[in-house]
Ligand binder design. Structure first.
Ligand SMILES: [Zn+2]
Length: 328
């Protein structure tokens, strides 16, 4: 996957600041403890024992075993004393060395001549953050959901009350988000306006993000508009790659965007590529199955109906009810 120069620059800036921060922290710690003359002596003993050991190995001799043991115990005693001085100050010998965020590449971004996985993740996250900034959405927690907005009167079609039905839907979505992996199914959240699809999507996004998953959330219209700008060269960016490669893509409010051949073909390309790549997608919409066929045609509809798990959101408009409660 290729990224723009700005994404590389930003990711490299993050790596550099991680590296410098780790090195500065270790150096400051060393400088602080070197004000203690005993620490300097102990470091000299430890460095000296390394030199003595290499002389011994080169020289051999009759008393080799006894000399080796003497050097070893001198070194161990120095290490232990240094550790106890540091422990008394709440530090460890390990902290004398830079503790890099990524132990594989020491925050250089490269490991065994290849781009390290930490650098790849940083590039993905940086591109995703840029795209998410466009949608201006705030993530939410499942604990914020209030089931009392859903009626507890029995509904014959559902075979239970809307509240009971939504309790199950929300419990399923919570489990989905909190255990999210790329093996999760695709979801199609269907239901009228204000039944909680967007809020539940934002809760899943937050839960999946806290599992360090790369999540893109956005209204379909905003994401497609960005794709269009980049496609026709009005803006630089990597929306297409980011939308197809992120761990979880949540497309909110399908059916509210303008209808255009470019949008339909882009949508198909994203949905299809993610299906082929085995990367889950969640789509929310007010449209029912017939309307999806009418709006998007056979190609998209057959994928949404066949390869997505449908979840029906029911109830009265929660936003309207919240406003009414505010004025009561
Ligand atoms: Zn790394």
């Amino acid at each position: 996957m290729s990224y723009s120069r700005e994404i590389y620059d930003e990711a490299e800036r993050v790596l550099r600041s991680r590296r410098l921060a780790a090195e500065r922290k270790a150096q400051n710690l060393r400088l602080r403890f070197r004000q203690n003359p005993r620490v300097c002596e102990l470091e000299a003993i430890m460095a000296g024992s390394v030199a003595k050991l290499s002389d011994l190995i080169r020289g051999g001799g009759r008393d080799y075993a006894a000399a080796f043991e003497s050097i070893r115990s001198e070194n161990l005693a120095a290490q232990e004393e240094l550790a106890s001085i540091l422990a008394a100050a709440g530090e460890t010998v390990r902290d004398f060395e830079p503790q890099y965020t990524c132990p594989h590449c020491s925050d250089t971004g490269y490991h065994d001549g290849k781009r390290c996985s930490c650098f790849q993740k940083l590039l993905r996250d940086t591109a995703a953050a840029r795209l998410c900034a466009l949608t201006g959405m705030t993530l939410h927690s499942f604990d914020e959901l209030d089931l009392t907005f859903y009626s507890d009167e029995f509904d014959e079609v559902l075979g239970c009350s809307p509240r009971e039905h939504m309790r199950e839907i929300i419990a399923y979505c919570r489990h989905y988000g909190e255990h999210f992996s790329t093996d999760c199914p695709n979801l199609l959240l269907r239901g009228a306006t204000g039944t909680g699809k967007t809020l539940v999507s934002l809760c899943i996004a937050a839960a999946a993000c806290s599992r360090e998953m790369n999540v893109i959330y956005g209204p379909v219209q905003v994401l497609l508009r960005q794709l269009e700008k980049e496609h026709f060269g009005r803006e630089d960016g990597e929306a297409e790659e980011t939308l197809t490669s992120c761990d979880l893509l949540i497309l909110d409010d399908l059916g509210t965007e303008f209808s255009s051949p470019f949008y339909t073909s882009s949508l198909y390309a994203i949905i299809n590529e993610r299906l082929l790549g085995g990367r889950p997608t969640i789509i929310s919409t007010n449209l029912d199955a017939d309307a999806i066929y009418t709006h998007y045609g056979e190609q998209i509809a057959s994928r949404l109906i066949g390869a997505y798990e449908p979840l029906l959101f029911v109830g009265q408009d929660v936003r309207q009810q919240k406003q009414q409660r505010r004025f009561q």
